[in-house]
Ligand binder design. Structure first.
Ligand SMILES: [Mg+2]
Length: 174
């Protein structure tokens, strides 16, 4: 298990990019031009677990289609933002809506558009296959690939530090 050099007991919210973070960097394109993404079920477990244990979770994506919206909503996520050409303003508004300070939030991104919100967050995280530009401003590079465990890695480390991971009567259910 990689360890994050940050006081994870401070973290109250995590914002995720979608493509290359919650789903793979590679997106299949159907013959009709629509996109086919995959979601990782272990990341999904961690996301709904985090929501149930009081972490604020956001998705801040530049994607123009909302094919993943029903799946994310089924996990209990409510702060889902697509069409974000400039992610910093969306990140600032999301933080303000929950009264979150920089030190209380993490941003997980994988490429150049994510760099401004990464710099806004106290903890900036990238998957192992992030771009070199994004890695250069990250405070933690997860050993997991985008779409394959980076959310699980971060959430489990945060909630373990807060004594909330695999504890309590509802820790083993969806
Ligand atoms: Mg991305």
């Amino acid at each position: 298990m990689s360890r994050i050099l940050y006081d994870l007991t401070l973290i109250r919210g995590i914002a995720f990019d979608m493509d290359g973070v919650l789903s793979s960097s590679t997106v299949a394109v159907r013959e009709d031009g629509t996109l086919q993404r995959h979601s990782n079920v272990k990341d999904g477990f961690a996301l709904q677990y985090a929501v149930r244990h009081g972490l604020h979770i956001a998705i801040i994506s530049g994607a123009k289609d909302e094919s993943m919206l029903p799946g994310y909503r089924s996990l209990g996520l409510t702060d889902i933002f697509f069409h974000c050409d400039h992610k910093t303003a969306r990140m600032e508004a999301w933080m303000a809506s929950h009264g979150l300070t920089r030190e209380q939030v993490a941003f997980v991104g994988d490429d150049i558009p994510d760099i401004p919100p990464m710099q806004l967050a106290g903890l900036a995280v990238v998957p192992a296959d992030a771009s070199e530009e994004a890695k250069a401003v990250a405070s933690y590079i997860s050993p997991c690939l985008g779409g394959a465990g980076v959310a699980r890695d971060l959430i489990s480390q945060i909630l373990r530090a807060q004594g909330l991971w695999m504890t309590g009567p509802d820790a083993y259910r969806w």
